[in-house]
Each structure stands twice: as structure tokens, then as C-alpha cells.
Design a protein around this ligand. Structure first.
Ligand code: SAH
Length: 334
């Protein structure tokens, strides 16, 4: 709820709307998610609030800790027993959480674990927020949020925007817009909407292939959204927000790192203020391609940069606990 939503709720139960500020502070500054612990409110008000409102359940079902880096992966159980995953990472004294926006995913990308069990439902703005706060209660305030967990964030657009508006609210958690990155498979109409919403957040687009034909083979959404249209939309985004746009590119050896791919990427991006973020394919059971060798990815990166493109390799984290890109899913066996 926004602070105004809480005011309306208070009016409905014939309470003073100025209490909204206190409640909002408890939730977003003190991270309290239990009305009984809001001891600055009268017992009577607390009990009335309990009757009319609740916090979403975000229960730790399991925590996996990586042995190779600081990464932790959490399995959270929701009110309706569905399960989502979120990841906590620390790097150079900065902490980042990677959060989910849906239970499952409709997009059907062949290489991604998150979509293998289909789509179940959207997460509410409160649930998305509670992922962050649940982690912050244990780990302290985090610096960055990457919306790159389970689901397609722009397919849950209204809740995503509500979540961003609340977590960046100066009167509450006050996280800066620039600390937030949304990753999308490339839902063109929504990229325009996001640009017009005037939020200063970072945008990452999962490109992965340099030509529509190949992209369509691995990413069903590519049949509807063509690369050129995606780039027109991201150009608009860049122009409107002045935020740098990045393109994620999962390297699959001999599939999308050929000489032709370098040429095509050059045609698409040469001279533009975009960043190509190379990701090593992380193996998942259902996608029978190998993880590329370190040198294969480095070599591809070098070929891109020597052709004048701005490319870097994303540091993989938490791969030993299936917490890396594309490995999150919702099928924990109880
Ligand atoms: N639906 C959004 C958010 C998911 S972000 C999107 O598609 O962008 C997760 C990132 O990991 C995406 O770039 C996704 O394409 C990538 N990814 C998926 N499966 C992967 C895998 N097996 N190995 C490496 N990256 C993968």
C-alpha cells in the first residue's frame, strides 16, 4: 500500500489518517511485518488493523550458501504454498538482491529453468517488496536490486511499477531508482510504457541472438517482438531516461558466437551507447548445450570490443547452488 492507500484504509475504520505515516514508517523504515510489534499504536488500533489488513507470507523454506562466493539462494514459501526463489550477492562491499516477480513464467525460453513448469501467477507488489525486506531483516540494507529472478517483470507491469514506486518513496525505504535494474525478454510495448513512466531505472534486455530467425528458435517471444523493434524501443528509452541500456547475451558456443554474429551485432550497435553483457550459459537439465569454456567467452568478448562494441563478461555467482542466471525455478520437492 502507498501511504495514501493506508490513509484511506484508516478512514474506512474511522481512525485518524495521520497514523498512516507512523504505520508506513514501521513497515518501510523498521521493516516490521506484524501489527502486534507496532507498539507506538494503541492496542485497539492494532487489533482493528489485524482484522482488515495483513502482510504477505514470505517464509524461508530453505537457504543455500555458495562455497565459492558470498552468494545465498533462498526458497520462499508464499501464502498459497507456492514457491519462489531470490538470491543475495555481495561483491566489492556492495550487496545485491535478485528477486522474482512471478511464480513461474510464460515466456518459454528454451535455455531457462524458470519457465519449465509454466506460469502459475503474478506476485503482488507487496510480495515483491517482502522478498527484499525479508532478506534485509537478516542481512541489513542492500545496495542494489536486480529484477532478474523468476518471471518476466514487464508481464506483471502494474505490480512491478507499484513495487518500484513504494521502495523508492522518500518517506519510506527511499532506495534510489538508479539502484534498480529490470531485465526483460523484450516486451516492446511495455518498454515504451516504462520509458514514459519517467522512472530512472536501468533496463536490461535479454537479446541472446543477433538475428530474429535464430532468436525465435530459442525464445518464443521473438516471434512477436523483432530485434529491430526492440532496439527502436530501447533507443526511445535511452533518449527519454538517459539511463544506459544493456543487452544480455548468453553465450552458447558455436550457436551465437560466430563471425556472422559479430557482424550482426556490429550492425545493430556500432556507435551506440549500449552495453553488451555476456553471460556464460549455465547448464540446466532441459537444455542440452554445454557451458562454454572461459576462453571461448573471452575470445568472443575481445572480438566484439575490437570491433568497437562495448562488451563485458558478467561475473557468474552462486553457480554451485544453482543460483546463477537462468537457474531459478519453482519446483522444490517437499
Ligand atoms: N524474464 C526476464 C528476467 C529473467 S532475467 C528476462 O528474460 O530478461 C534472467 C537472465 O538470465 C535473462 O537474461 C535470461 O535470458 C538469462 N538466462 C536464462 N537461462 C539462462 C541460462 N541457462 N544460462 C545463463 N543465463 C540464462
Amino acid at each position: 500500500m502507498t501511504i495514501d492507500d493506508i490513509k484511506s484504509l484508516l478512514l474506512k475504520i474511522e481512525e485518524k489518517p495521520f497514523r498512516a505515516k507512523q504505520i508506513y514508517r514501521q513497515i518501510h523504515k523498521n521493516k516490521v511485518n506484524d501489527f502486534d510489534l507496532m507498539t507506538d499504536l494503541s492496542k485497539d488500533l492494532r487489533s482493528k488493523l489485524k482484522d482488515i489488513a495483513s502482510f504477505p507470507k514470505m517464509q524461508y523454506l530453505k537457504t543455500y550458501k555458495s562455497k565459492i562466493d558470498s552468494t545465498e539462494k533462498y526458497l520462499f514459501e508464499l501464502d498459497d504454498d507456492n514457491i519462489i526463489e531470490a538470491v543475495y550477492m555481495q561483491y566489492d562491499n556492495r550487496s545485491t538482491v535478485c528477486i522474482s516477480t512471478q511464480v513461474g513464467c510464460k515466456m518459454g525460453c528454451k535455455f531457462c529453468a524458470s519457465t519449465k513448469n509454466g506460469f502459475v501467477r503474478n506476485l503482488s507488489a507487496a510480495e515483491i517488496l517482502e522478498e527484499v525486506y525479508t532478506i534485509e531483516r537478516n542481512k541489513g540494507d542492500i545496495n542494489n536490486i536486480v529484477i532478474m529472478g523468476i518471471g518476466e517483470p514487464l508481464d506483471n507491469y502494474d505490480n512491478l511499477l507499484k513495487f518500484i514506486n513504494i521502495i523508492t518513496d522518500e518517506k519510506g525505504r527511499n532506495l534510489s531508482h538508479r539502484s534498480i535494474t529490470v531485465s526483460t525478454v523484450g516486451l516492446v510495448d511495455r518498454i515504451y510504457d516504462l520509458a514514459n513512466s519517467n522512472l530512472d531505472i536501468n533496463l536490461a534486455v535479454s537479446l541472446h541472438y543477433s538475428k530474429d530467425k535464430k532468436r525465435e528458435k530459442f525464445m518464443p517471444s521473438a516471434k512477436k517482438y523483432k530485434i529491430n523493434d526492440i532496439i527502436k524501443a530501447t533507443d526511445y528509452y535511452l533518449d527519454k531516461t538517459k539511463r544506459r541500456v544493456s543487452f544480455e547475451y548468453v553465450v552458447i558456443d558455436n550457436v551465437n558466437n560466430t563471425r556472422e554474429d559479430v557482424e550482426e551485432l556490429k550492425k545493430l550497435f556500432f556507435g551506440k551507447n549500449v552495453h553488451i553483457n555476456l553471460i556464460k550459459l549455465n547448464p540446466i537439465e532441459e537444455f542440452k548445450y554445454d557451458k562454454p569454456k572461459e576462453n571461448t567467452v573471452k575470445d568472443f568478448c575481445n572480438r566484439l570490443t575490437s570491433n568497437g562494441l562495448n562488451a563485458t563478461i558478467r561475473k557468474p555467482m552462486g553457480s554451485d547452488i544453482d543460483a546463477s542466471c537462468g537457474q531459478l525455478r519453482n519446483n522444490y520437492k517437499r
